[in-house]
Design a protein around this ligand. Structure first.
Ligand code: F6P
Length: 545
């Protein structure tokens, strides 16, 4: 039993949440609700009024945050304390977007100079490639970048590049390879010209099977196109914290961009892992991305909890997960460029907070990280919104939308916005039986049929949502948005007293996978595993059912 669930505040929240009126009533009681439950920061605007809260709820949630010593924990992260207690590391992705004049000490060293040196190395390389000065082995400029990496070494570069498509440098294209399924790399290499292709191999550990295999296959492809071993240095660069392994692998020492142990993979896009982003959008826009995140860092570190955007969003998620039994959270991006963001937030949140022991190893007796999922609006309205409106699960939703489109065209953006706002309204107010019946008053159905259909049209409402707006999707607002969710994840982990920065849960699958790989390649069928695994391995070995 943890002290958290025994606390007075926790018990008060349990009692309080069960007696709160329907949101319809909360809006009717207080015409100022929107004004009092919205906050603006770093170019973002958060409307959190469509939540199952009143002022008492918020007071209790912020009290819970205070009892978790949240302010001290935030300071400890920014100060470079070793808060990743199982890997004995500081957590300093914030240092990656710090200003050159800052001093941030990690393990006794001011790390800002090496961050700045790496940014300068990136800038020189990006300029060289974009200007055409960097030539391939036949003297041609680079036209295509193939980014090879997985997890945080893939999602950040891929999704941020996708989100910033309006800012891409003309003449450069980028292809992302992550999965070890050969289809991924084969499809991406089709039609590319080795003479004008640059491979960026990104792996913090330089030990990830998928990335190493894909890089070796990329090298084979490159040499099969007529290039020689000496040409590798013109077409392969690496981003890693394991420079020795990269050099041993054959990467040219000058083409290795460093990163550091105090940057978690799912928090690393701000480091040289973001090199594909910078190659595509240029260093000025990459620095604007960093600056947006830095602005959110300053907001997070210096704003009192009740006005602190990441804290508000995190505590609302704690409210639903720990006091309303919700098990998942949906991210709905009403912007086509942001269509990949839910997948990015999946790794960020689920690999950080998918834990079940506290920092000191005590089993939790409360829910921790929810399932994060989602997609682009309005597509989801024609796929899973039925469940959001009339399903049995409570699934809090974040709606994210820029007020201005990069592609203004007729009524399109008006319709997008009206769908976005209409959905949050429908989730909140629902539809009563009486309203449903009234809507059928002119139908030709008999009274019994009307009552039946009306029953099926009832929507309980009281379904919570946040609406996050920005003027326009730019590198700066995108940086602030992603940093917002990073800090939201941090706050939840602080409340749950878990380590959000290790990922021991991914190790066993990798180990067993390596064992299975050996059995697949063995000279006899597998017999030592469980009957299912033996059978599956042997079916694969025979290659047919
Ligand atoms: O999924 C485990 C993980 O270590 C992630 O945390 C990380 O982003 C990914 O694998 C890739 O790791 P690396 O960058 O070391 O190849």
């Amino acid at each position: 039993m943890t002290t958290l669930t025994q606390s007075t505040t926790w018990k008060a929240l349990q009692a309080h949440t069960s007696q709160l009126p329907h949101m319809r009533e909360l809006f009717a009681q207080n015409p100022q609700r929107f004004d009092q439950m919205s906050v603006k920061a770093c170019g973002l605007f958060l409307d959190y009024s469509k939540n199952r809260i009143n002022n008492d709820t918020l007071e209790l949630l912020f009290a819970l945050a205070k009892e978790a010593n949240l302010t001290d924990k935030i300071a400890a992260m920014f100060n470079g304390d070793v808060i990743n207690n199982t890997e004995h590391r500081a957590v300093l992705h914030t240092a990656l977007r710090s200003k050159a004049e800052q001093e941030i000490i990690a393990e006794g060293t001011n790390i800002v100079p090496e961050v700045q040196q790496t940014l300068a190395k990136m800038a020189g390389f990006v300029e060289s490639v974009q200007s055409g000065q960097w030539k391939g082995y036949t003297g041609k400029a680079i036209t295509d970048v193939v980014s090879i990496g997985i997890g945080g070494s893939f999602l950040g570069p891929k999704i941020v590049s996708q989100a910033l498509r309006p800012y891409w440098h003309a003449g450069l294209n980028c292809h992302f390879v992550a999965n070890v399924d050969a289809t991924s790399i084969c499809e991406k290499l089709k039609g590319l010209n080795a003479e004008t292709t640059l491979f960026v191999m990104s792996s913090k550990s330089f030990g990830t099977q998928e990335t190493l295999t894909n890089t070796l296959s990329a090298k084979d492809w490159f040499l099969a196109q007529g290039a020689t071993q000496q040409d590798i240095a013109k077409h392969f660069v690496a981003v890693t914290s394991n420079v020795a392994k990269a050099t041993e692998f054959g990467m040219d020492a000058n083409n290795i961009f460093p990163m550091w142990d105090w940057v978690g993979g799912r928090y690393s896009l701000w480091s040289a892992i973001g090199l594909p982003i910078a190659l595509l959008v240029g260093m000025d826009n990459f620095k604007a991305l960093l600056d947006g995140a830095h602005q959110m860092d300053e907001h997070f570190a210096n704003t009192p909890l009740p006005q602190n955007m990441p804290v508000i969003m995190a505590m609302l998620s704690v409210l639903y997960g720990n006091f309303h039994g919700s098990q998942s959270h949906v991210i709905l991006t009403y912007d086509h460029y942001l269509r990949g963001l839910p997948a990015y937030f999946q790794q960020l949140d689920m690999e950080s907070n998918g834990k079940s022991v506290t920092l000191n190893g005590t089993d939790v007796d409360y829910s921790t990280g929810p399932v994060i999922w989602g997609g682009e609006g309005t597509n989801g309205q024609h796929a899973y919104h039925q469940l959001l409106h009339q399903g049995t699960a409570l699934i809090p939703a974040d709606f994210i939308m820029p007020l201005q489109s990069h592609n203004p065209l007729g009524e399109h953006h008006d319709q997008l916005a009206s769908n976005c706002f209409g959905q949050t309204q429908a989730l909140m107010q629902g539809r009563t039986f009486e309203e449903a019946l009234a809507e059928l008053s002119n139908s030709k159905l008999d009274e019994q049929q009307k009552a039946l259909i009306a029953k099926h049209k009832v929507m309980s409402g009281n379904k919570p949502s946040n609406t996050l707006l920005m003027d326009k999707l730019t590198p700066t607002t995108l940086g602030a948005l992603i940093a917002l969710y990073e800090h939201r994840t941090f706050v939840q982990g602080a409340i749950w007293q878990i380590n959000s920065f290790d990922q021991w849960g991914v190790e066993l699958g990798k180990q067993l996978g390596n064992d299975v790989l050996e059995r697949i390649g063995a000279d006899k069928d597998a017999t030592e595993l469980d009957s299912s695994s033996n059978a599956l391995v042997n079916l694969y070995r025979q290659g047919k059912l």
